[in-house]
Design a protein around this ligand. Sequence first.
Ligand code: MG
Length: 452
Amino acid sequence: MPERLFGTNGVRGVVNEDMTSDLALQMGKAIGVVMGGTVAIATDTRVSADMIKMAVSSGIMSVGINVLDLGVLPTPALQYYVKTHDNVRGGVMITASHNPPQFNGIKCISFDGTEASRKEEEEIEAHYYNNIPCALWNSIGDMERIRGAGEEYVNAIVSNVDAEAIREADLKVCLDCANGAAYETSPLLLKKLNVRAITINCNPQGEFPGRQSEPTEENLRDLLSLTRSTRSDLGIAHDGDADRCVFITSDGKFVSGDKSLALLSRYALSKKKGQVVTPISSSSLVEEIVEGSGGTIEYTAVGSPIVARKMMEIGAVFGGEENGGLIFPEQQYCRDGGMTIAKMLECIVKDGSLKIQMSELPVYYTVKKKIDCPDDMKKHVLEYIAKESVGARIDHTDGLKVVFDDGWVLARPSGTEPAFRIFSESKDEETAKERAGKYEALVTGYLNQWFK
Ligand code: MG
């Protein structure tokens, strides 16, 4: 069995340490063989983008497959291109999303624009670890530069919202792209919707990411104060590859991904009743709002491809993650930062300002803890907490979720780091804190027995 190459979000690493041009070249060959037809490739704005893109492309062409180079694009724009062009068999996105600038990554997209399944990744891995024969000199692939993929994506978004209503509202927003992949598409989208945009970190020649690229409250201080001081209707921020998007209210308050997921669920359900899909780590706020809006909630394990696939399977009306990664089935089955902007604009035009909508939401307190835990201990830790929770209501969808009448605790091994995560939520702040502390003590107590 070959070693596992892919993590939960493609193959990622520090450039010229573990993410090297040699790795990218061999990955390209494996991708070319598995996709078996024209591959579209795009990058975010990292310094290493061209190096990795050229190596992957060279590998793809060496096995006789053509490459379409779409330039710098948000991940969902590449996904949309792959989905809507029949001559394209798959896509490759060169990005490390919100990771620091020394990282880069290779993410594979299936022919239908969704993130590659685990089975496809395993196929690529199997080839990667073998000797891949090259094509004959006269049947190697070629590379064509394609312009306009970003505008195709933006036009599709505009056609999927009530553009006239947004245009007439004469809105003003502040936009922060972290100098990342959406620097061109998101300002263009706003222009097409007649929204005045004050931009920061929208310069592809600027230093990436311009600010820490994870769009958290701490990393968005400049945007918070700019939105407030310019009296804008919204503040908008992407992560590095713009599959995610979070918002700021006109008075400079950060809106967590759970809350925008809840508001846009309610908005989607006001048009069409049905199911909303989200991982079990999302706030119960989402469930409360979905049920109060006549919909039903469907929980999955953590991971956006899992959410997207469940949505396709059951024909859900909406879905997404608590980190600002939202999925709109009318556009495509993947997280879509541009679509999130347009839908939120439509939602505030129709349902009232984000500030007022936020103030009417029920309040939940969530406490999150991260505990260092070696990968080979994760399974034992999980078994131990399960034993300690006997008698409680347990949900095994992902890790261990203990459900109480007034809240829940989720203990789950991280899929990307040697760590264990504890989420505790309740409508009462003290209860949430107390339970988080109790489960943190259980995990550390168990680990300390082993590492005295
Ligand atoms: Mg991302």
